[in-house]
Write a protein that binds this ligand. Structure first.
Ligand code: GLN
Length: 506
């Protein structure tokens, strides 16, 4: 019998529809896989087998009764723990939310439930989505299935690792500066950051509200399109939600897979390559450009001169917004409450004791930085300047998209680094996002598609690399067209998916 856990969500959905398999059997297969490998991977913070199987039984009965079901009905999914799920723990990787059970579902979770998709559990992440390695989780790190001694990327390392280790066929991530795309790149999976405002933020535990966006984490480009179409769309409960239908993403992915990119203009961002990019990462990137050319695309170089300031602007804007968003964790409303060891139990002292005990170092670092950047006398110099840089970056994108249809770069400058390697060096950690951050600052969509393997600089087994495609706001369909064309050509040359070459687990 074929191992169901290795099939794409699109294929599984087809088998469910044709009644070759049941959702109960499928869900059980993933739960069994989680039991056998998650001890080594630690992708999940919480697994809810009973709830997942109850959904599966219900959807099987509805199918049996001839009900008209969503195309993904019965396909299980994992959800990053920063997204609230009614009645299930939602910690955002933080001790401060330990024990908090949300009384409501995020809009995207409502949609997942309405589609009849069993939720396997909640995935590990850097605390409050701050990080690029998942090592800042308060609940222990996640391991990269390609090499257990290495990071799975971050902040959504749990969702990406769950996909790469076949513990789930689909997952949800959130991307504020790259937390869907960079984990995708270093685990050999697909990740999409949709256009800002196209997937509801209602029920996301906010990191930086002007940058946050939830999106699909999958093993194929088509699977991302299917999931993106489900979770996207207007939501009156999110004031920044776009009140327009999404473009036809699944159609774009199917069209792209046919392999013809004639007429598509691809811009290589000059500033997102060269120095700082690992040699093998650059080599795989250049080969992918050849593939796009062979498919008929016109490839030109485009300069975005202000991108060199993107990281600096992001690390002022993000901490500023985060310091404000995280102020609500005061020991009274959610989760953890710590009383001062001695002295009076005042609200202020409970708040200080709770935040001191409940937040990790990276979160404290950013709260201090953000509070400072927003303080009277410094506001214009730091936050104000960063916002001006943000506008310049948006203008760089506008000018670039006047010349080309999509922009491309390596997703991450290096392959997965070793656990612990960058933990004590915040700047080295921040640099993993140089290529992904500009899209968040401009609100535009991006995808990372696995595009090969290369040995890490210190030698050893080969590791995945990712190819990033960026499109103008609301033109997410272009990601799928170009991404699917690249994926189809690469898989043809490899003789199958990249993940087939990952070491066996368990
Ligand atoms: N690594 C980036 C950061 O630490 C991105 C975070 C994210 O996208 N959630 O801020």
């Amino acid at each position: 019998m074929t191992d169901l856990t290795r099939l794409s969500a699109a294929v599984l959905a087809e088998k469910l529809r044709a009644r070759e398999i049941t959702s109960v059997d499928l869900t059980q297969a993933f739960l069994d896989r989680i039991v056998s490998v998650d001890g080594a991977i630690h992708a999940f913070l919480h697994v809810d087998a009973d709830a997942a199987l109850a959904t599966a039984r219900d959807v099987d009965a509805r199918r049996e009764a001839g009900e008209d079901l969503h195309p993904l009905a019965g396909v299980p999914i994992a959800v990053k723990d920063v997204v609230v799920t009614k009645g299930q723990p939602s910690t955002a990787g933080s001790k401060i939310l330990e024990g908090w059970i949300p009384p409501y579902d995020a809009t995207l979770v409502e949609k997942i439930r309405a589609a009849g998709m069993p939720i396997l559990g909640k995935t590990n992440m850097d605390e409050f989505a701050m990080g690029s390695s998942t090592e800042h989780s308060a609940y222990g790190n996640t391991h990269n299935p390609w090499d257990l001694e290495r990071i799975p990327g971050g902040s959504g390392g749990g969702s990406a690792a769950a996909l790469a280790s076949f513990e789930a066929p689909l997952a949800i991530g959130t991307d504020t500066g790259g937390s869907i795309r960079q984990p995708g790149a270093v685990t050999g999976t697909v990740g999409v950051k949709p256009t800002y405002g196209s997937v509801s933020r209602y029920g996301l535990i906010a990191l930086a509200s002007s940058l946050d966006q939830a999106g699909p984490v999958t093993r194929t480009v088509l699977d991302s399109a299917l999931l993106h179409e489900l979770i996207g769309g207007h939501d009156p409960r999110d004031s920044t939600s776009i009140d327009e239908p999404l473009p036809d993403l699944v159609e774009a992915a199917r069209q792209g897979a046919a392999g013809d990119l004639s007429g598509v203009r691809v811009g290589v961002v000059t500033e997102l390559q060269g120095e700082g990019y690992q040699e093998g990462v650059q080599a795989r990137f250049d080969e992918s450009l050849d593939i796009l050319r062979a498919a008929g695309a016109e490839v030109v170089e485009v300069s975005c001169p202000h991108f060199e300031y993107a990281l600096a602007a992001y690390y002022l804007i993000l901490p500023a917004e985060a310091s404000s968003n995280l102020a609500k964790f005061d020991g009274m409303r959610f989760g953890l409450r710590v009383e001062p060891e001695e002295g009076p139990v005042t609200a202020e002292r409970v708040m200080a004791a709770t935040r001191g005990a409940g937040f990790g170092d990276e979160v404290k670092r950013r709260i201090i930085l953000g509070t400072y950047a927003l303080s009277a006398g410094y506001y214009d110099a730091y936050y104000g300047s960063a916002q001006k840089v943000r506008t310049l970056i948006q203008q760089d994108f506008d000018a670039a998209f006047g010349q080309v249809d999509v922009l491309v770069s390596p997703t991450a400058p290096t392959t997965a680094f070793r656990l612990g390697e960058k933990l004590d060096d915040p700047l080295a950690m921040y640099l993993n996002d140089v290529a992904t951050i500009p899209a968040n600052l401009a609100g535009i969509p991006g995808i990372s598609v696995p595009n090969g393997l290369t040995a890490p600089p210190e030698g050893g087994a080969e590791l995945p690399t990712g190819f990033q495609i960026l499109a103008p706001a609301k033109a997410d369909d272009r990601l799928y067209r170009v991404g699917a064309a690249l994926e189809a050509a690469l898989e043809k040359s490899w003789g199958g998916p990249l993940l087939d070459r990952a070491p066996e687990l368990g």
